[in-house]
Every structure is written in C-alpha cells, then in structure tokens.
Ligand binder design. Structure first.
Ligand SMILES: [Zn+2]
Length: 166
C-alpha cells in the first residue's frame, strides 16, 4: 500500500466554493467516485473527467453540467448509454421512447411493445452532441428532469446505488 507523504493544491476551483449548489454538485461527484472506484481499481480517465467537469461547473449551469458529467462517467465505467436512437432498430423517430438500463439505452415504441416492464419515457431522442460541455443548446425544454430520472435509474440498475444528493 502506498503512503501519501506530501500533496499540493494545483487547482482550488475558487468559483465553486462561493456557490452552494455548485459545491453540493461537486461533493456529490466525489461521493459517486468513492462509491464506484474501490481501492486498487484504476479506471482510465475518470479523474481527468472530474477535473474537466469541475472547471466547467464553475462557469456553467450546474444542472446541465451534472447531467453531462454523470453520462460521461457512466461511459468511462463501461456503460455508454445510447439515447440518440433505438438500441434495437436504430430508429430516431417514434411517438415515444422508453429507457431501459438493461438494454443500454432507448427502445422505440415498436421495439418496446410486448414488454411488461415500463421504462422511463422520452418523447424524443437525445442527440449524441448533447453530451458535451458545450451541448446545452441541443437540449429541448422539459427533457432535463426526464434525463435526471433516467440517469438515476441507470446508476441504480447498473452500479447498484443511488446517485441522488447525499
Ligand atoms: Zn426500435
């Protein structure tokens, strides 16, 4: 086991500290990482993602950045959700889409029919480009709470814990 002898603050994220909601979001991310990364397990890029996300969190809307961070974190952990099309048939047009974590993304109405387990309903797909720190203009009104629910469901089903604020 390694021993930490000295450390130095490289980036203090001063703008986060003066915002309560941003601080809470940042602490939630740390909590999620501590639940996810067990001692001795190294997942490539998760700390780079954290540092980059904290930087954007300073200047951008925390709700949007939180969604992007959680989505990208799931991808780094091996769960790249496809919300841009039906994971079965590839359709991007449907009267409704249902998110199924076990399927890795959305099912169109036709591919979901006959299933007894309901998913989280989205009226439209989320384009792949929405999952960047500059993609906020690709989010339509009203979809954010649905995607928050979808990510909560994904964390519960795929990683076994609640991503809600602690
Ligand atoms: Zn389909």
């Amino acid at each position: 086991m390694g021993q930490l002898l000295q450390c130095e603050a490289v980036e203090c994220f001063e703008k986060l500290r003066v915002s309560y909601p941003k601080t809470v979001t940042a602490l939630q991310w740390i909590k999620i990482l501590s639940r996810t990364l067990h001692e001795g397990i190294n997942v490539h890029g998760v700390y780079d993602l954290l540092r980059e996300s904290l930087g954007f969190l300073q200047d951008k809307d925390e709700t949007f950045i939180d969604l992007v961070y959680q989505y990208l974190l799931l991808a780094r952990l091996g769960y790249r959700l496809d919300l841009a099309r039906c994971v079965r048939c590839g359709s991007q047009q449907s009267k409704r889409f249902e998110f199924m974590a076990s399927e890795g993304g959305l099912l169109c109405a036709s591919c979901h029919s006959g299933r007894s387990v309901p998913g989280i309903v989205l009226s439209q797909v989320i384009p792949d480009g929405a999952w960047t720190f500059f993609g906020e203009n690709l989010w339509s009104n009203g979809v954010v709470p649905r995607v928050q629910g979808l990510l909560k469901n994904a964390f519960l089903e795929l990683l076994g814990f609640d991503n809600n604020r602690y």
